[in-house]
Design a protein around this ligand. Structure first.
Ligand code: GLN
Length: 455
């Protein structure tokens, strides 16, 4: 808590620090320790954690960095929060993000920017810039994020930390504020691959309250990370994705990526290029499917059920429809409004087949590409993002250039496969570069081994 107090004026990773609650949780854990009552507690018991403010926490304000949820205190815990508490991990607070997790720089938060711990004039990435910066600035050893198109992995790359998007359905989404439900996934952020693996095992597993939860135990990711630390990759087949890289990728990113691939080879991995021909269409299809689901999910913020309510001014009819319109106009930021409008258009009668229907067909082709690729290799690799952390304001006036930065992370969400970013040296500008691994669905352990070996 002292480190947080010292770092926050420059980093601003937290929207809410729950110091009192964290100390009470730590005391409760100390009492258990003193009583020798540690049966069933995981290795991470007693280790504090920061939580992205996209995940609901009973009794602690949860805003999704939106004015429309300002002041809302959830009456229940997300499944992952119940698990964190049962594990004896004190919750330090809630971290900043792009409003409703929509963005790649955390500049779309309604509550101010988070700064990159490596260079305060640069963004921490997004949407989970708060969680990544909290870990990168040593305010928290671990954090939780949500990843719909890269929001755990790209901030990990920008801040020199580890970020994991588990297999879709591998971690319960119950209590994760919905952005695009067919793509959303909660996952761990940490400073090492083994740390994130241990956290993955705490939060993962089946949950009957999430209808898309996989009815199987968490894959053995911690054992795989420990195996990787032996740095022997004989028999591991690594595929370089032909379609990610080249034009548009920063020279320093490409250089560090190629050096890391050489390192994998030097540890015995078999490396070859693999083609996933439909991958380049993922980004376009994502920016149809995601806003469609956003427009539907965000319909619940109607001024009646949660947070903000703005009544129409005098002279305007005091109807419920007008109340909704005034509430949503005042409560949502520009980026969220842009996506609701795009999604509503894509789903409207007459356009549904042309836009949403076509995007879903592309998604199936991307899934087939991954399935075929994983017949040839155990993991796929690419840079996590085309660039390193950019300066504030560089992309906010041009949404399309912001969207293009998600080109390497989105395919994993489209296919539901697990993927992770680990630090991989510094680019020419002195900023961290991210190296990304993808593994087959339900085999998250396959990426933890080479990732731990490489870090
Ligand atoms: N940057 C992506 C977007 O803006 C991903 C967001 C996310 O993963 N939550 O949609």
């Amino acid at each position: 808590l002292d480190v947080i107090e010292a770092a926050e004026p420059t980093v601003n990773a937290f929207l809410h620090v729950s110091g009192k609650e964290a100390l009470a949780q730590a005391d409760a854990f100390d009492k258990k320790l003193a009583a020798g009552d540690t049966e069933g507690l995981p290795e991470l018991a007693g280790v504090p954690i920061a939580i992205k403010d996209m995940i609901v926490t009973k009794g602690i304000p949860t805003t999704a960095a939106s004015k429309i949820l300002e002041g809302w205190v959830p009456p229940y815990d997300a499944t992952v929060i119940e698990k964190i508490k049962a594990a004896g991990m004190p919750i330090l607070g809630k971290t900043n993000l792009d409003e409703f997790a929509q963005g790649s720089s955390t500049e779309h938060s309604a509550f101010g920017n988070t700064h990159n711990p490596w260079d305060a004039t640069r963004v921490p990435g997004g949407s989970g810039g708060g969680s990544a910066s909290a870990v990168g600035s040593y305010e928290a050893p671990l954090a939780l994020g949500t990843d719909t198109g890269g929001s755990i992995r790209q901030p990990g790359a920008f801040t020199g930390t580890v970020g994991v998007k588990p297999t879709y359905g591998g971690v319960s989404r119950y209590g994760a504020i919905a952005m695009a439900s067919s793509l959303d996934q909660i996952g761990p952020c940490g400073r090492t691959v083994l740390d994130t693996a241990l956290l993955h095992e705490v939060i993962g597993g089946n949950d009957r309250r999430d209808s898309t939860s996989i009815p199987a135990p968490v894959p053995p990711v911690a054992a795989a990370a420990r195996e990787g630390l032996k740095r022997d990759l004989k028999g591991v087949r690594v595929g370089l994705i032909k379609e990610i890289g080249g034009e548009g990728f920063e020279a320093g990113v490409a250089a560090r990526f190629n050096e890391a691939v050489k390192l994998l080879e030097s540890m015995g991995a078999e490396v070859k290029e693999v083609s996933l021909p439909h991958l380049p269409y993922s980004l376009g299809a994502y920016y149809i499917i995601m806003p469609s689901e956003v427009s539907s999910n965000l319909a619940r913020y109607d001024g009646m059920r949660y947070g903000l309510r703005v009544m129409p001014p005098a002279g305007v009819p005091q109807t419920s429809a007008n109340m909704m319109a005034y509430t949503r106009e005042a409560g949502f930021g520009d980026e969220v409004k842009r996506r609701i409008i795009l999604g509503t258009y894509a789903l409207s009668a007459g356009y549904y087949d042309a836009w949403y229907g076509s995007a879903q067909k592309v998604r199936t082709l991307v899934i087939d590409d991954f399935n075929k690729a994983f017949e040839q290799v155990d993991v796929l690799v690419s840079p996590t993002a085309p660039s390193t952390a950019f300066h504030f304001g560089e992309k906010t006036s041009d949404p399309l250039s912001m969207y293009l930065g998600d080109v390497a992370t989105i395919p994993a969400n489209m296919a539901g496969v697990p993927a992770m970013s680990i630090p991989c040296g510094l680019s020419d500008n002195g900023m961290p570069v991210g190296f990304q691994f993808f593994a087959p669905q339900r085999h998250d352990e396959a990426m933890y081994k080479p990732a731990a070996a490489l870090e």
